[in-house]
Design a protein around this ligand. Structure first.
Ligand SMILES: [Zn+2]
Length: 487
């Protein structure tokens, strides 16, 4: 879409230097009344998209207020990288979302018919960049720790530089809520534990706009998009938004981040990821399970992992909870596999008695929770068997064992298995269902992912409107220049 002139400030040029004579190219628009943030979504085959074949989308904020808060932002989705269907849906979606807390609910029904999860994850990620999670904005964040600052609507005090390189060369973000959220997550004592930023996509000594991949797998703010449905709006990302000083954040809306939980301050460092001290990392290139146990996976690395290796979902047919992935092959039967909504991935070397023992690999078995971190497992043709977390079990009629993951299953309310009603069938009442249980965004048969993510973000972030105009109840007008040259 073309941004309406109404949204824009005027524009005039002075044809001659030092001359007061000006030619008005565009008269000043009225601005957009009573809006905290204006978000433009653009589906385009831009030069930038063409220049970077791996790029899915990029974002920029285009205007900030006196307190440094972004007032408008644009997300460009690279058209050629979208599936045909998604492109059609998005192109018909004339777009600007007025991100206002109360308004958002009314937008939700329209968004229901919007695209499938991967682009949504991408849009959400880019939106969070435009709202303030950006290397260009970190150092303009405000300290509003004094409540008086907040309620008076003043712009609080600048935090100054908040990103610094630690003694090991890792760039970290040091702001109070982020530090305490990371300490809580890792159960680490270090009072100066800044959150690491990605070092692969930033120039030496410069900050990245993403969390470090080794430390925060599963977060929505990683440099590489997660596989469908896995990205979380995690506590650390929400803490960062709180530290911007521009938003009121409801931290209770954060989604649980399983990766690295309770693993201590050294978790995810390049010096410890190889030493088998953590079950989140692996070595070699064998098959196994993704750390959330929804997917079969292979031990792999990539640039962002700096040589550390983790189990990444297989390209195809990796979802244990997807009945359609069942091929009924002799290998699956031999290993006792069952696919379906309550199936999860387990490390196992089960094989039927008439076959020789198999290598340990990731296999899909049914599971049901019987308590916190307690569950039973069912293998093809077997009864339900208690699977002690951290231990292993044998199954009658099979040789070999199934290994029972510890603190990965039946623990977090939002990482629990999808219920039967959610097995690919829209259940209606999305707002109610989602606010209580967003499992589908975690594991898959998602029927309304955009509503899930939109409501999560809106629920989590409330824009604090600065300025006397809004406190008096009159419309708060902003004028926006489409300064879109930057990323
Ligand atoms: Zn990004």
């Amino acid at each position: 879409m073309k941004i309406p002139d109404e949204h824009l400030a005027g524009c005039k040029v002075h044809p001659q230097a030092n001359s007061t004579r000006a030619v008005v190219l565009r008269r000043p628009g009225a601005g957009v009344a009573d809006v905290d943030f204006l978000f433009y979504l653009h589906v385009q085959a831009s030069d930038k998209c063409r220049a970077q074949p791996g790029l899915l989308a990029y974002a920029a904020h285009c205007r900030t207020d006196a307190g440094g808060r972004p007032l408008a932002g644009v997300v460009v989705l690279c058209r050629d990288r979208l599936t045909k269907l998604t492109a059609q849906v998005l192109q018909g979606f004339t777009l600007f979302l007025q991100c206002h807390v109360e308004d958002m609910k009314h937008h939700a029904p329209t968004l229901l018919h919007s695209p499938p999860p991967p682009p949504i994850q991408t849009v959400l990620h880019e939106l969070l960049h435009a709202l303030g999670f950006s290397k260009d904005l970190f150092d303009t964040w405000r300290d509003c720790s004094s409540e008086n600052d907040f309620s008076a609507g003043v712009t609080c005090s600048p935090r100054g530089k908040v990103t610094h390189v630690d003694g090991w060369g890792q760039m970290r973000l040091y702001t109070p809520s982020v530090i305490s959220a990371l300490r809580r997550h890792l159960v680490a004592a270090d009072p100066e534990l800044g959150a690491p930023l990605e070092n692969w996509d930033a120039a030496p000594g410069m900050a990245s706009s993403h969390w470090e991949s080794r430390l925060l797998q599963g977060s929505v703010m990683l440099a590489t998009p997660s596989r469908s449905g896995i990205a979380r709006i995690d506590p650390l990302t929400l803490a960062a938004f709180r530290d911007t000083g521009w938003y009121v954040v409801n931290a209770s809306r954060a989604q649980n981040l399983v990766w690295g939980k309770g693993e201590g301050a050294l978790f995810g460092s390049t010096s410890t990821c190889h030493d088998n001290s953590s079950s989140f990392f692996c070595s070699g290139s064998g098959l196994g399970c993704h750390h959330l146990h929804g997917h079969k996976a292979r031990c792999q690395s990539d640039h962002y992992l700096d040589g550390c290796r983790i189990y990444k979902p297989l390209e195809k047919g990796s979802e244990c909870w997807e009945k359609a992935n069942e091929r009924n092959s002799s290998e699956e039967r031999q290993g006792g596999e069952i696919f379906g909504s309550d199936s999860r991935c387990f490390f196992s070397h089960l094989s039927t008695l008439n076959h020789s023992q198999l290598m340990v690999t990731g296999r899909c078995y049914r599971h049901k929770c019987s308590g916190l971190n307690r569950y039973q497992v069912q293998v093809l043709g077997s009864d339900w068997v208690d699977c002690p977390a951290g231990g292993s079990i044998q199954i009658r009629g099979y040789r070999g064992s199934v290994f029972c993951p510890n603190e990965r299953l039946c623990l977090d309310w939002d990482v629990r298995p999808p219920s039967k009603a959610e097995d690919g069938v829209p259940t209606g009442q999305p707002e109610v269902t989602i606010l209580q249980d967003d499992t589908r965004s975690a594991y898959g048969p998602a029927t309304d992912p955009l509503v899930t993510t939109a409501l999560c973000v809106v629920a989590a972030l409330s824009v604090l409107v600065f300025g006397l105009a809004s406190s008096r109840g009159s419309p708060c007008k902003v004028r926006i220049h489409p300064a879109l040259g930057d990323v």
